[in-house]
Design a protein around this ligand. Structure first.
Ligand code: NAP
Ligand code: ZN
Length: 346
């Protein structure tokens, strides 16, 4: 056991505060990581405030972790002391399940979240990246390409893979028209990744206030969803729409923007059910689907793709003691485009 320092939510209604806790002693297959940077995902806020109703406290959020290996167990083969590594949304999964070979462990029972979860023993809580160190099985540790800015790589571990996985699954690439709804932490990564894959990329944002940024990041087109004309102009336009918004939207209006056989993929998780009229889908064989992060294999593939294309997140670096203020700004969509905590300030 080693003492770790971090910031925790002790209750859904309280701000995060300094917190000291124990990290487990490393086993033979574990990697000990000194955390250098930790991204702030909107999911951290949903969970710290128990908006999904599944939170346990105290909670140390953070699942966009970039750090340096300080120790490896005797059985570790992939990493050595000094390596730049990342940890994303989960740190263990059900290895007994044969389906694991399909590289879809994020969808299988037995997934152990990086925080707000329990280790495979079912009783030891997991604590996330808003802390100085973490101990993780090597199978759940990712390599961060040397050419990428270290701090700006942290958000790839959730925002990056959450967009990369559906873009690959639904074959985004040349000749495909992809729309990204919401240009926040997830959305701006979707623009960069879809552009690098060769797709024609449209941003559907509430207003045109971030249009210049969107076009610079790789969007070919940028529309405001507050303008009713947008939905007329773009009717039947897209092969794939990736929706990163967790607010209630007019889902029929978004479905109407799909081509025949097009798919609307939910990434954000609205509180209420998503009502869609059959007439929005049936006459064009449209689908509505959902997607959650990506497998470990796919996450490494995404990081290597980002290394090849020089893709990282647009970030605003903050001190650890600014985390509560940052949460308020994320809620107001006042972030361009991801907050990353410099853990040296802990
Ligand atoms: P974020 O940075 O807050 O971005 C969300 C974007 O949604 C905002 O930038 C804004 O974009 C748009 N938006 C906000 N309020 C809206 C409203 N009332 N109506 C319409 N659009 C609105 O959050 P994020 O970190 O990207 O996360 C987005 C969602 O995805 C969260 O719910 C998070 O929990 C979820 N998530 C899911 C997964 C997964 O695996 N599926 C992984 C990570 C996160 P514009 O200003 O451009 O309109
Ligand atoms: Zn996340």
């Amino acid at each position: 056991m080693a003492l770790a320092r971090g910031y925790a939510a002790t209750d859904a209604s309280k701000p995060l505060e300094p917190f000291t806790f124990e990290r487990r002693a490393p086993n033979a297959d574990d990697v000990v990581i000194s955390i250098k940077f930790s991204g702030i995902c909107h999911s951290d806020i949903h969970q710290a405030r128990n908006e999904w109703g599944n939170s346990s406290f105290p909670m140390v959020p953070g699942h966009e972790i970039a750090g340096v290996v300080t120790e490896v167990g005797s059985g570790v083969t992939k990493f050595k002391v000094g390596d730049r590594v990342g940890v994303g949304c989960f740190v263990d999964s059900c290895t007994a399940c044969a389906s694991r070979d399909l590289d879809i462990e994020q969808y299988l029972p037995g997934l152990v979240g990086t925080y707000n979860s329990f280790e495979a023993d079912g009783t030891t809580p997991t604590y996330g990246g808003y802390s100085d160190s973490v101990v993780v099985k090597e199978g759940y540790v990712l390599s961060i390409p040397e050419n990428l800015d270290f701090a700006a790589s942290a958000p790839l571990l959730c925002a990056g893979i959450t967009l990369y996985s559906p873009l690959r699954h639904w074959n985004a690439g040349p000749g495909k028209k992809v729309a990204v709804v919401g240009m926040g932490g997830l959305g701006h990564m979707g623009v960069k990744l879809a552009h690098a894959m060769g797709a024609d990329v449209t941003v559907l944002s509430q207003s045109l206030s971030k249009k210049e940024d969107g076009l610079k990041l790789g969007a070919d087109h940028y529309y405001a969803t507050s303008d009713a004309e947008t939905f007329k102009t773009l009717a039947g336009a897209f092969d794939l729409i990736l929706c990163t918004v967790s607010a209630e939207l007019d889902w029929n209006a978004y479905a109407s923007l799909l081509k025949v056989d097009g798919t609307l993929v939910l990434l954000g998780i609205p509180e209420k059910p998503v009502p869609v009229h059959a007439f929005s889908l049936v006459p064009a064989r449209r689908s509505i689907s959902g997607s959650m992060i990506g497998s470990i294999k796919e996450t490494q593939e995404m990081l290597d793709f980002c290394g090849e294309h020089g893709i990282v997140s647009e970030i605003e670096m903050i001190r650890m003691d600014q985390v509560n203020e940052a949460y308020e700004r994320v809620i107001k969509s006042d972030v361009r485009y991801r907050f990353v905590i410099d853990m040296a300030t802990l």
